[in-house]
Write a protein that binds this ligand. Structure first.
Ligand SMILES: Nc1nc2c(ncn2[C@@H]2O[C@H](COP(=O)(O)OP(=O)(O)OP(=O)(O)O)[C@@H](O)[C@H]2O)c(=O)[nH]1
Ligand SMILES: [Mg+2]
Length: 441
């Protein structure tokens, strides 16, 4: 694993005109470099005020924050310079810092250093990325829990128990005269116990994906049913084109809405009618809509007068999902109130809040409230790998009971779990993970 601790520098804030811009320097030379370009003597652990000077020319008036190793984000000496938020100023100071001996940081390199300096483990490093990228409050809360070590502790519990089993198995193989054979029942019970723990973590994997990526809710119905109008009313701005011409929407349009901290990705679709009467572009649009139903967790089925307007085969398709029937254009036809449908008007706003409450109810069933940490795809793959190894151990212990075979599979499970926390990561995996970070984090 690469351990290159030269001094790095990056702009940590968006490269745009703003009230404040931040430049970060991390590494052994951070203080020396900063002192060479700062107008006053830098006092550690204090908020410093002064100018950044390039040969006595003022580049900006700044606040300078020194963090001494190991009490910093990266675990190294860090200097944070708060400038006025002007891209030219940020560029000038970056160039000056580089001229004085730092090199530009790569994506996620500050967090990578925090990991390499063992200030955080890999679940916590990945949580940093999650916190930055999270779209809803729930997702932010779970990522913060992971940063606080929630997932790390869950994994470490399993690892501790398996490490003990592994040691006993190895001892019984290496020193058969001195160490008693490990009983089959014991092996099976330890493995089953840990299989259960991993399965509990994985059971919520779908919820984790929902919290992270949002839940898809598509709007389906005949041409002119009012899908695009409702889509716009839900989002509260005119995102989709609305006309009285049937077949206006041809491509699906996706837009996210935050409902009580959860992200719902609404998808407006092309109206579905008899394929034979549609032109070639519309036919493709209709096929896309059917595909969208299949991929959505929630289906809003729209009709103008009564549910029979909707093709039965589509209702069948949607019934496998969480479907809400929605009668549209309520303002034009207020007398007709069908059972089991929510009446809405995109013109007056009638029923829109009720529809959101209904969607919120479904969200509760899709994402149980006890999901208070998160796993990403990489972690889920490692957990599944560990699970498969443990199942092999229980099979072996139940049949042939070869201690060395069991030990080798327990080791396999442990290595898979080490991959989650970061003890065994190749440079490639490491680079892939940090590649997703922004520069300056
Ligand atoms: N009065 C009234 N008219 C509406 C309402 N919702 C939609 N309309 C009208 O119905 C027509 C069709 O609306 P759209 O939202 O484009 O319908 P659509 O289902 O997206 O249609 P396609 O994209 O062609 O499938 C437009 O003329 C809208 O102004 C409503 O709540 N009240
Ligand atoms: Mg439309």
């Amino acid at each position: 694993m690469e351990n290159n601790f030269d001094t790095i520098v990056a702009i940590a804030t968006p490269f745009a005109h703003s009230s404040v811009g931040i430049i970060r320097i991390s590494g052994d030379k951070a203080f020396d470099i900063a002192q060479r370009i700062f107008s006053a003597k830098i006092k550690p652990k204090m908020i410093n005020y002064g100018y950044i000077l390039d040969n006595n020319v003022k580049l900006d008036e700044v606040i300078l924050l020194p963090f001494c190793a190991p009490h910093s984000y990266s675990g190294e000496d860090i200097i944070e310079i708060q400038t006025h938020g002007n891209p030219s100023i940020l560029n000038n100071i970056m160039e000056l810092v580089i001229k004085n001996g730092a090199r530009p940081a790569q994506k996620g390199e500050f967090t990578k250093r925090a990991f390499l300096n063992q200030r955080i483990d890999m679940t916590q490093a990945e949580a940093v990325l999650d916190i930055i990228e999270s779209k809803g409050n729930k997702s932010i809360q779970n990522a913060l829990n992971n940063l606080g070590g929630y997932l790390k502790n869950e994994i470490n519990n399993v690892k501790n128990s398996l490490t003990e089993l592994y040691s006993r198995l190895i001892a019984s193989v290496d020193f058969p005269e001195d160490v008693a054979e490990v009983e089959n029942n014991y092996i099976v019970s330890i493995c089953n116990d840990n299989i259960q723990k991993i399965e509990t973590i994985l059971r919520n994997a779908k919820s984790h994906d929902f919290i992270r990526e949002g839940i898809s809710a598509c709007l389906i119905g005949k041409p002119n049913a009012g899908k695009s109008s409702l889509f716009n009313a839900l989002l509260n701005y005119n995102r989709a084109i609305v006309t009285e011409i049937e077949g206006t929407t041809r491509d699906t349009i996706k837009e996210a809405l935050n409902i009580d901290g959860y992200i719902v990705n609404f998808i407006d679709t092309a109206g579905i009618r008899d394929k034979n009467s549609a032109d070639i572009v519309e036919k493709i649009g209709i096929d896309n809509s059917i595909e969208t139903i299949k991929q959505s967790e929630i289906v809003l089925f729209l009709f103008e007068k009564n549910i029979n307007e909707i093709d039965e085969s589509l209702i069948k398709l949607a019934n496998a999902k969480n479907t809400i029937f929605v009668k549209t254009k309520y303002d034009l036809d207020p007398e007709n109130i069908p059972n089991d449908a929510i009446c809405v008007s995109s013109v007056t706003g009638h029923g829109i809040d009720k529809l959101k409450i209904k969607i919120r109810e479904i969200l509760t069933t899709l994402i149980p409230d006890d999901t208070n940490f998160t796993t990403n795809k990489r972690q889920q793959a490692c957990l599944n790998k560990a699970l498969n190894y443990l199942k092999l151990v229980t099979e072996t212990a139940n049949t042939t009971a070869l201690a060395d075979l069991c030990a080798s599979d327990v080791k396999g499970a442990l290595l898979a779990l080490d991959e989650i926390t970061g003890e065994v990561l190749t440079d490639n995996i490491l680079d892939n993970i940090f590649e997703n970070f922004c520069i300056g984090k």
